[in-house]
Design a binder for this molecule. Structure first.
Ligand SMILES: [Zn+2]
Length: 361
């Protein structure tokens, strides 16, 4: 009896064991399928990168390609030195693997932002490794480091390292695109050196609305002079403005430069006093119609070359209705500058070829 009961019990145990075994196999299979799906999703999902500046967004898009999803935290038409992220930008940045910032105190709110973001988001401050260039006569660094293509090339290497660490499976693609980006920066440097290099010494003074072009001036051997401080919103006092006007008159300055995305209040007044003209430059890197660095820097080089060179300029006080003419003038200046640069590059290449041919003989 006991034996039969035992047998019955044994038989029950067997059925239950088989059932448990099947359930366990099924669970393992389901888990494996879920894990596989998850891995595929993880692999297919682009790396989310939040950016605090449109030029860094552009760099991340160029180098990251389809493998990166860039979220612009900076609002279109925002003012660089007045912007502070709100809860809206915070929620947009959530889930990002990297958060790109300019550094050099361009974002005074950065420490607070860091505290409010989860530790899974790595803050990448691309200006940290860029050498400082001081504002004239001060020990204060000019924060606008992106105005030199050499700096952007250096920053692109830092970004490549960060993207490759975040998504190692795409490292080769990132590296290929970074090489193309770096080559664009070399071309811009060459373009600037050709177009601005020929300006006579007495015309090599770049007067801007706010102090934003020291890195540009260092790259292209110009002398920077600013009507205001670092922030376009800061107010200059009347006495220092009067001194500046006298200085500019003595230097025979014939063209001033205002911020592309801002109001040319001071520049307009001073230019009128000097009988000079003024032109807009993209100094803060905020120009919704020029979202790419290459386009922006080509424009800036062309405008500075045209403004400080011999190109005929528009008078300082022009009616708003002439805005279209002004845009056409800039386009013409840029086109002429590019044609001239291409011509000189061809001549340089021909001279090099001739030289190497002569050396072989
Ligand atoms: Zn600025």
């Amino acid at each position: 009896m006991e034996h039969r009961r035992l047998g019955l019990t044994e038989s029950r145990v067997d059925v239950s064991t088989v059932r448990e075994y099947n359930v366990s196999r099924m669970k393992t299979f389901v888990c494996a399928v879920a894990w596989l799906c998850l891995m595929l999703m993880v692999q297919a999902a682009p790396v989310k990168v939040a950016s605090l500046h449109p030029l860094l967004s552009d760099m991340a898009r160029v180098i990251g390609g389809d493998e990166v999803k860039v979220v612009d935290l900076f609002p279109a038409n925002g003012s660089l030195h007045a912007f502070e992220p709100s809860t809206r930008e915070l929620s947009m940045a959530m889930g990002s693997k990297l958060l790109l910032a300019m550094g050099k105190n361009v974002e005074p709110y950065l420490a607070d932002l860091r505290e409010n973001m989860p530790g899974s988001t790595k803050f990448v401050v691309l200006g940290e490794d860029i050498p400082d260039v001081m504002l004239p006569g001060t020990q204060t660094p000019d924060p606008h480091w992106w105005n030199s293509p050499a700096n952007m090339k250096r920053a692109s290497r830092s970004l490549l390292a960060e993207l490759s660490a975040a998504a190692p499976e795409h490292a080769a693609d990132f590296a290929k695109r970074q090489r193309a980006y770096a080559s664009d920066m070399d071309e811009l440097l060459l373009l600037g050196r050709i177009l601005l290099g020929r300006l006579p010494q007495e015309r090599r003074v770049l007067v801007t609305e706010h102090a934003a072009m020291c890195h540009f001036c260092e790259a292209f051997r110009l002398t920077p002079l600013a009507i205001q401080g670092v922030a376009a919103e800061s107010q200059g006092d009347a006495a220092s403005l009067a001194r500046l006007v006298a200085d500019l008159r003595a230097k025979n300055v014939s063209c001033l430069f205002s911020e592309y995305n801002g109001s040319p209040r001071h520049v307009r007044v001073i230019a009128a006093q000097l009988g000079a003209s003024f032109m807009p430059l993209v100094m803060d890197g905020i120009a919704p119609d020029m979202p790419s660095y290459k386009k922006m820097m080509t424009y800036n080089i062309g405008v500075v070359a045209g403004g400080l060179g011999d190109t005929p300029k528009k008078p300082a006080q022009m009616p708003a209705s002439e805005g279209e003419d002004l845009a056409r003038l800039f386009a013409e200046i840029q086109q002429r500058a590019m044609q001239q640069a291409q011509h000189e590059l061809q001549e340089e290449a021909a001279a090099r070829q001739k030289h190497s041919g002569a050396c072989q003989h």
